[in-house]
Design a protein around this ligand. Structure first.
Ligand code: SAM
Length: 286
């Protein structure tokens, strides 16, 4: 066995636009001994595009336990291995976390490369709060688990990020509304691709909108956080002008500027910034 152990590289790949492959990602994939890929046929196309010819080992949700040992054996024998998934960052709603844990336990060096990720790409263009957020990936398959998760995060004041498959989108939007109440939501669709779209609205409005919900594609849901208890109106569905004004006033008393407080309350309640602004101006005039 080699004295020097190999390195496990975690290599993000484009989520739709091949130009998002980094120079470093290409170089690392060209230099490693073996590439572990979620779907070797799918990744074969990407690798061909960048003229990368390396042995591929399939590593996916259903064989990851069995493939751990041969991959660790390669690394322990001194060979570098790169892990890629179908798109974006490996180990984010994709296989990889277990291999990383096993590599760390085996005393191997794990080197992550920065790169494409659908959740963060949607977040930064959402216009919602980016200071504090939590990534929840796909909602659980079991309805009782979905309910438990959504109830657990309902009072979280940071932005919530979800992945969703097109056939589950409408049902998920209904459940988000049911358990979180009305909130701002930004649906990021087909990010980095030709038909990239952002729908910036609130959960209540989406309950009726069916036209674009039938559209196919890949989606990230970016959902506004809960209004903190002390500024939360009684219920999200019975917001009145007085509610916005008291919520804005409370934030201003905490030292936040009027403009920022209006923006924050609009974001958190799904009410337009103009409506909150008008209500506040009216109240201040009285
Ligand atoms: N590892 C990937 C990452 O870092 O973003 C996520 C893989 S997960 C299996 C696939 C899900 O990510 C899709 O169902 C969709 O919710 C989201 N996604 C991936 N690419 C996307 C894109 N181009 N636009 C919108 N959402 C995308």
């Amino acid at each position: 066995m080699s004295e020097t152990k190999g390195t496990l590289y975690l290599v993000p790949t484009p989520i739709g636009n091949l130009e998002d492959m980094t120079y470093r990602a290409v170089r690392v994939l060209q230099e490693v001994h073996t590439i572990a890929a979620e779907d070797t046929r799918h990744s074969g196309l990407l690798l061909k595009h960048f003229d990368i010819k390396k042995p591929l080992i399939s590593y996916h949700e259903h064989n990851k336990e069995a493939k751990e040992e041969p991959l660790l054996a390669l690394l322990l024998a001194g060979h570098d291995v790169a892990l890629i998934s179908d798109a974006g960052m490996p180990a984010i709603s994709d296989p990889g976390a277990e291999l990383v844990q096993a590599a760390i336990e085996a005393g191997l060096i794990v080197v992550p490369l920065p790169g494409p990720n659908a959740a963060l790409t949607a977040l930064i263009a959402s216009g919602l709060d980016t200071r504090e957020f939590t990534f929840l990936g796909f909602l659980p398959k079991k309805s009782s688990h979905r309910q438990a998760l959504l109830e657990r995060v309902a009072s979280y004041t940071g932005t919530l990020l979800f992945y969703e498959a097109p056939h589950r989108l409408q049902a998920s939007l209904q459940e988000l509304y049911k358990y979180l109440g009305n909130r701002s939501i930004v649906v990021g669709r087909e990010l980095t691709k030709k038909f990239e779209t952002f729908v910036r609205t609130d959960l209540a409005s989406l309950q009726q909108a069916e036209d674009w919900l039938t559209i196919k594609g890949e989606f990230v849901l970016v959902v506004g956080g809960a209004v903190p208890d002390e500024t939360r109106p009684d219920t999200a569905t019975t917001l009145s002008a007085t509610d916005y004004v008291s919520a804005v006033t409370m934030l201003m008393e905490e030292g936040i500027s009027k403009k920022e407080a209006i923006r924050e309350i609009a974001k958190r309640t799904g009410v337009s910034r103009r409506d909150v602004y008008n209500a506040v101006e009216m109240a201040l005039r009285d």
